[in-house]
Design a protein around this ligand. Sequence first.
Ligand code: GLU
Length: 392
Amino acid sequence: MPITRLSDLADKAQCPLLVLKVGSALLVGKEGVRREWLAGLVAEIAEARARGQRVIVVSSGAIALGAATLGLDKGGRGSLADAQAAAAVGQIALSGLWAELLGSHGLIAAQMLLTLDDLEDRRRYLNVTATLTRLLDAGAVPVVNENDSVATQEIRFGDNDRLAARVAQAAQASAVMLLSDIDGLYDRHPREAGARMIPVVEGVTAQVHAMASAESNSGMGSGGMVSKLQAAEIAELAGICLVIGNGQHDRPVARIAGQGMQGGIGDGVGTLFLPRRKAGVRGGSKRAWLGGRLRLKGTLVVDAGAAAALSRGSSLLAKGISMVEGVFERGDPVAIHDEQGRVLAHGLSEYDAAECAAIRGLHSSDQAAVLGYAPRSSVVHRDQLVMKGLTP
Ligand code: GLU
């Protein structure tokens, strides 16, 4: 049964595996770690486990905590070197805290520190899947963060929202809950008069993106609504639900899932992003992994005719390619853009960049002469292609 409402998040049958992302501002206050708040959250994790749900935690806070300990300004985000040093100091304390608090409920914490490449490289991604699965089978609670002390600008997620969505995908979770300092997605800046919270989003369209404000509310983490919507898109492609909810309240998970104090189910509070059924995992998890990739090796720009054909489910033919950008090999992941620069799809290229450039615009009957061998049926086969929402 797919998840259709917030209360399903507390249901073992609907949501057997929940990824819970905890933002920095919730974990770290002016006085350092917000231990009491965290103890409350860990009690809720223990309740979920007692109900028979599995939980993976994605915990931010290493940089904020380390910066407080080292006395670094700008929350440790003044420079990359500061962030890396702060993370190294903060992470050790953070891991210890999770282990201690989970341990007080008889739960075993398992720390995993990941970089972007661990999830972008297919082989390493499958390795992460195997480790998470083994840990969950063994009854542990994985606590994941980005490996900030080694991740440099080009190779980092930079925010734990998208990391949480990718982890959910790798672990084949049922839902991701992003605990933040805001109740959900508002139709305009939440401080503007008349701003209304959106309870359910089906498909992160350009209109939904327009609602997000780029600034993070707390200035402590690096997320903000923009990265939360990107996370929702990754989850959507993987057929996974995502919820943005407020972690500032007592028993935040129960509040978001609408569970009353007596365990009764009422209306939850949060924005629930449902995967678009049609855009979901048709074609399996490899396509979802491809669609959620953040970095691609190159870009194929296609004309309007090819764009229309792609949206009808066709493969990409050389005839429709107007431009080739980047350096990539056969089999590498590429983005497919329309001539206005909008991302239409991600796919695996059947040719390297030079071959693509040589045959672009050509009918298949004219390609053999250029290539020196019989051409393949397409440049990106429909089975190796995932359509994206039209995000600018
Ligand atoms: N990985 C960062 C940390 O532990 C947090 C990233 C974020 O703010 O989302 O401090």
